[in-house]
Design a protein around this ligand. Structure first.
Ligand SMILES: [Cu+2]
Length: 395
């Protein structure tokens, strides 16, 4: 009984702290230059029910079923994107995919890559809660559970993430690439066809491929590369991100470069699941695979873990280019003939027709996740991840 009451008190204090932080807006520092200079929290109305995100395996089987059911239910909610914006959009889920396609070249390899995807993943969570009534934990995928020592292609395929009944389904059947395709293919790819089982075997990916927003619906395809996930999603890769001295470096280690050889943990998930022919490997339409949110929730968790290591200093640590890949501000930004600017706390984030807050959001608004009404059950620490990386290196 004594143990129970201590545990309960701890849980209650976390929940109470979240409620207080969210509702008072005390920790929403006025952000210089934000529209209106308001110190009010645009996410305050979402803080009444604080969410603790959990690893997929920590959800009960009932919660897993409810989550998968809720994502499918979103496919029946009407879209808000007009035909002029995304002609093939058919449901609310597509609003998220459409805005990602529309902004592909302005939200990747820029300083606000992580803020944009934090806001987008939060918005997906809110759609599930507000529009189809999901009440369970929002899940993330801790890659380290499926990579490294003792793991192989077989164990990867058997991960509860890809469960054929209470999971996201597995790989697609192998599709032979043409010689030209094979030359630029993800090393170790093993599938490419339509997902055959799991909760999304019947889903339609209505947008894409690439920048296309008026094409015919397609199946959900996957093209796993265990070689790739094992190389880029191991503890040593996460450790490299956590050791970054500032956000400018951290962001680049997380996102990596545009080639397979330069992939960081971000590319590790995308190309390890999407390969050559899978949805997750398509820079534009990757949110069309529901495993996108598991991967990006964990990327967000890596960022939050890193922020918490030096808090509150890292609540305002943001930098990087506002123009794709312009890490040295070489590019001139037409029509104004001056070098491109950096991302700041005032940089706007806009989800267009997927928007759930109906107001201007800036990078400064998403620096503190407790202000957005959520947190994580567990964070990465340098000590834990170093132990894991050493164990992997020794076996
Ligand atoms: Cu993205």
């Amino acid at each position: 009984m004594a143990v129970m009451s201590v545990t309960c008190r701890r849980i209650m204090s976390v929940v109470t702290a979240l409620l207080l932080l969210c509702s008072t807006g005390v920790f929403t520092a006025p952000t210089p230059g934000t529209s209106g200079g308001s110190s009010s929290n645009p996410f305050a109305s979402y803080c009444t029910r604080p969410s603790v995100r959990k690893e997929w395996r920590s959800l009960s089987l009932l919660e897993r079923f409810q989550y998968l059911f809720a994502v499918n239910a979103l496919f029946s909610v009407p879209n808000r994107s007009p035909d002029s914006f995304a002609a093939s959009a058919k449901n609310r889920y597509d609003d998220l995919v459409a805005t990602h396609i529309n902004q592909t070249f302005s939200v990747h390899y820029v300083g606000h890559f992580l803020p944009f995807h934090r806001y987008m993943t939060w918005t997906f969570e809110q759609m599930l809660r507000k529009e189809v009534g999901y009440t369970g934990p929002f899940p993330y995928w801790d890659w380290h559970l499926d990579t490294g020592c003792g793991k192989n292609q077989q164990t990867f395929l058997q991960s509860p993430i890809w469960d054929p009944i209470l999971g996201f389904g597995g790989n697609g059947p192998y599709i032979q690439a043409t010689p030209a395709q094979a030359a630029g293919a993800v090393p170790g790819r093993s599938g490419g066809g339509c997902v055959q089982d799991g909760a999304f075997k019947n889903m339609k990916v209505n947008l894409g491929p690439g920048a296309t927003v008026n094409g015919p619906p397609r199946c959900l395809s996957r093209d796993f590369s265990f070689y790739f996930t094992n190389r880029y999603l191991q503890c040593n890769q996460t450790l490299a991100t956590l050791k970054a001295a500032n956000f400018y470096l951290f962001d680049q280690i997380v996102e990596g470069g545009p080639s397979f050889e330069l992939s960081g943990v971000h590319g590790g998930g995308h190309y390890g699941i999407g390969g050559l022919f899978g949805i997750m490997g398509d820079l534009y339409v990757s949110p069309g695979d529901p495993s996108f949110w598991l991967h990006h929730a964990n990327l967000d968790r890596v960022w939050w873990s890193w922020q918490q290591m030096n808090w509150p200093a890292r609540k305002t640590d943001i930098s990087g280019p506002s123009v794709i890949m312009d890490y040295n501000n070489f590019k001139v930004n037409p029509p104004v003939l001056q070098k491109s600017a950096n991302t700041t706390l005032s940089t706007p984030l806009d989800l267009q027709y997927a928007d759930m807050v109906n107001g201007p959001i800036t990078v400064g608004n998403v620096m503190d996740i407790t202000q957005m009404g959520y947190t994580y059950d567990k964070l990465y620490t340098i000590a834990d991840v170093t132990t894991c990386a050493n164990r992997n290196a020794a076996c």
